[in-house]
Design a protein around this ligand. Structure first.
Ligand SMILES: Cc1ncc(C[n+]2csc(CCOP(=O)(O)OP(=O)(O)O)c2C)c(N)n1
Length: 631
């Protein structure tokens, strides 16, 4: 079938199961081919082809609300809702978003990127539906990984109590981004092997209705009998106990099975949980046989072989690996060190640490809040937790960082991965808020290295620091290829480094924007301006001595940060100038403006927001000219 001609999912209503199977094959071939060029979340999407088709055939989107958890598995939904023609632009600048996006389609009723929000959103939609006396189905689709997230568990608790009509689709492929972990995962495992329950239950209820009611006693005995029989047939009964009607497990690649169970779910009162078993990567051998999560999300690959176009990790060292391996090295002589990851052992490159110290590494599942407080708990016992977490996901643990870590002034090392713009994952994943939400916390030290060599010294700094929490930001991707020192040495807290001397103006910056500053300074030198460039590697505390000197010398300043301007590093410099009475200090700030930044390459995004060498030349050049005129 010509997928490009699809306008909306209504055409599915008239197709037979055989035709749907052919369509599924076409969709798989389409995705495998398109994603080989663009990269993207191939594994999760190949797993939900039949499920997505079945949902769109059985329900009437957008009247019925299909809500994708995380949203990385919404490509098939995008194809069925008229967006196949945009797949060449997937995850590219101004192109098709890799996650649901309301501006793209009326069928995208909820936007995501972060995990475990679907059930809460569905509950809100169900409450609204009932208050407005409307009549539609609400169908959150949540993975077995996302179900382990705290928000999802809070939502199950609420939904089961309120008994709202809702059909929760649990897409169980036994994988999270890496292999799924946790006790709930084991509950699902038992359900998976327990066989079909709902039919047994029906027959049981029919039988029990036939038991003559002789007063309340027998009725309650019958109820108890029913309950104990349920336990007999299904180990766990986790969802039924929470107030859901549990249906399944269902073969998520069989239209017969899906349609039969969806029809049953539609006529069931109250919340239903339909347990659908799927295979991540289904239909593409390299993705289907992946058991560690390599094919969860990828860059471009060669379709025929499954080889990645770019090697997964090329020299210079990737930042995640550099940090995790440095922690691992230090852990050999420091038994206090324990690594914690909320579901990202592969992304955070903790495999080496885990194999060397299996009892000192914890993957806690998609549970950032829990991860942060586990780290705090460890620190109260004089351990040295290394909390490996992406900037964007640290947002989830804000209160735990405030209330548990910073307030108790605990020695937790937070390794903030993917800090700054991340590119193709777009606005839900940009790591641009962490400075603003950490800088204002008492006791917090926040730093970012200029290159991987300084990075390894900063890891040493963080591990040896015993005066409270310390966080190190580092970007997505690889280092810049500098020589690495053999011996690690801590960096004095709150000290900056002058990278280039100058008298006309100063650029204060850190991390990924340092090369841009140095380039601009050397271009301006050719125009007769002398620009000082400072590696402001401690975002908190500031190097007050250096700031005093700069302000005292009336040096105009440009701050640059790949993070939001509001509450950022530049704001800290402004505040300091104000507090110290340097009311005439000339300070210009460059950073991310007050808007969400969509997907695209980091280069394109920086150009869009005016953070290029040319922009730096223009802005610091202006300050330098003024200073020269004054002199
Ligand atoms: C709050 C949060 N933490 C971590 C992630 C990173 N992440 C993206 S998908 C994913 C796994 C989701 O697993 P599952 O729900 O089972 O979906 P599957 O990919 O297996 O279909 C994780 C951990 C995220 N998106 N949001």
């Amino acid at each position: 079938m010509d997928l490009l001609s699809i306008k909306d999912p209504s055409f599915l209503k008239g197709l037979s199961n055989k035709e749907l199977e052919n369509l599924s094959q076409d969709i798989r071939e389409f995705l495998i081919e398109k994603l080989s060029g663009t990269g993207g979340h191939i594994g999760p999407n190949l797993g939900v082809v039949e499920l997505t088709v079945a949902l769109h055939k059985c329900f009437n989107s957008p009247k019925d609300k299909i809500i994708w958890d995380v949203g990385h598995q919404s490509y098939v939904h995008k194809v069925l809702t008229g967006r196949a023609c945009q797949f060449d632009t997937l995850r590219q600048y101004k192109g098709l978003c890799g996650f649901p996006k309301m501006v793209e389609s009326e069928h995208d009723v909820w936007e995501t990127g972060h995990s475990s929000t679907s059930l809460s959103a569905a509950m809100g939609m169900a409450i609204a539906r009932d208050l407005k006396k409307e009549n539609n189905y609400v169908i959150p689709v949540i993975g077995d990984g996302a179900l382990t997230g705290g928000m999802a568990l809070e939502a199950l608790n609420h939904i089961g109590h309120e008994k709202k009509n809702m059909i929760v689709i649990l897409n169980d492929n036994e994988m999270s981004i890496a292999p799924n972990v946790g006790a709930l995962h084991n509950v699902l495992g038992r359900l998976r092997t327990a066989g079909k329950y709902n039919w047994v239950k029906d027959e049981l209820e029919y039988f029990l209705k036939k038991v003559p009611a002789v007063g309340g006693k027998l009725a309650s005995t019958a109820e108890r009998l029913k309950d104990s029989l349920k336990y007999l047939f299904v180990s766990g009964m986790f969802f039924e106990e929470l107030g859901f009607t549990y249906l399944g497990p269902v073969d998520g690649h069989s239209y017969d099975d899906l349609f039969e169970n969806l029809a049953y779910a539609k006529k069931t009162e109250g919340p239903v949980l339909l347990h659908v078993i799927t295979k991540k990567g289904k239909g593409y051998q390299p993705a289907e046989s992946d058991r560690i999560g390599t094919w969860h999300g990828t860059g471009p690959y060669k379709m025929e072989t499954g080889d990645f176009v770019k090697p997964v990790s090329a020299p210079p060292p990737g930042w995640s690996k550099l940090v995790s391996e440095t922690v691992r090295k230090l852990a050999r002589n420091d038994e206090r060190i324990v690594a914690i990851t909320p579901a990202m052992p592969v992304g955070s490159k903790l495999e080496g640490f885990a194999s060397e110290f299996p009892d000192r590494m914890y993957d806690v599942g998609i549970a950032e809040q829990h991860a942060a407080t586990v780290a705090a708990g460890l620190a109260t016992q004089n351990m040295k937790p290394f909390l490996a977490i992406y900037s964007t996901f640290l947002q989830r643990a804000y209160d735990q960082v405030v209330h548990d870590i910073a307030r108790q002034n605990l020695n937790v090392f937070i390794g903030i991965d993917r800090a700054g713009l991340v590119g193709a994952d777009g606005e839900t994943h940009q790591g641009v808020f962490d400075i603003a939400f950490l800088r204002h916390l008492p006791n917090m030290v926040l730093m970012m290295p200029k290159d991987e060599n300084e990075g390894q010294h900063m890891v040493k700094t963080a591990i040896e620091y015993n005066d409270g929490p310390i966080a190190m930001r580092f970007p997505r991707g690889n280092g810049i290829g500098v020589p690495m020192d053999d011996k690690l040495k801590p960096i004095p807290i709150g000290t900056w480094e002058v990278l280039r001397e100058g008298n006309d103006a100063a650029i204060l910056t850190f991390g990924t924007t340092i090369p841009m500053a140095l380039k601009a300074a050397s271009l301006l030198e050719k125009q007769g301006y002398s620009i000082k460039v400072v590696n402001a590697r401690f975002i908190k505390p500031l190097d007050e001595k250096m700031l005093q000197d700069l302000f005292g010398a009336n040096m105009p300043i440009l701050t640059i940060e790949e993070a939001v301007l509001q509450g950022g590093f530049g704001s800290a410099v402004l505040e300091y100038a104000h507090e110290q009475g340097f009311h005439h200090a000339e300070i210009d700030r460059m950073g991310i403006p007050d808007k969400f930044i969509e997907h695209g390459s980091v280069k394109e995004l920086l150009e869009e927001i005016g953070m290029t060498v040319e922009n730096v030349v223009e802005r610091i050049g202006k300050l330098a000219r003024k200073k020269q005129k004054r002199a």
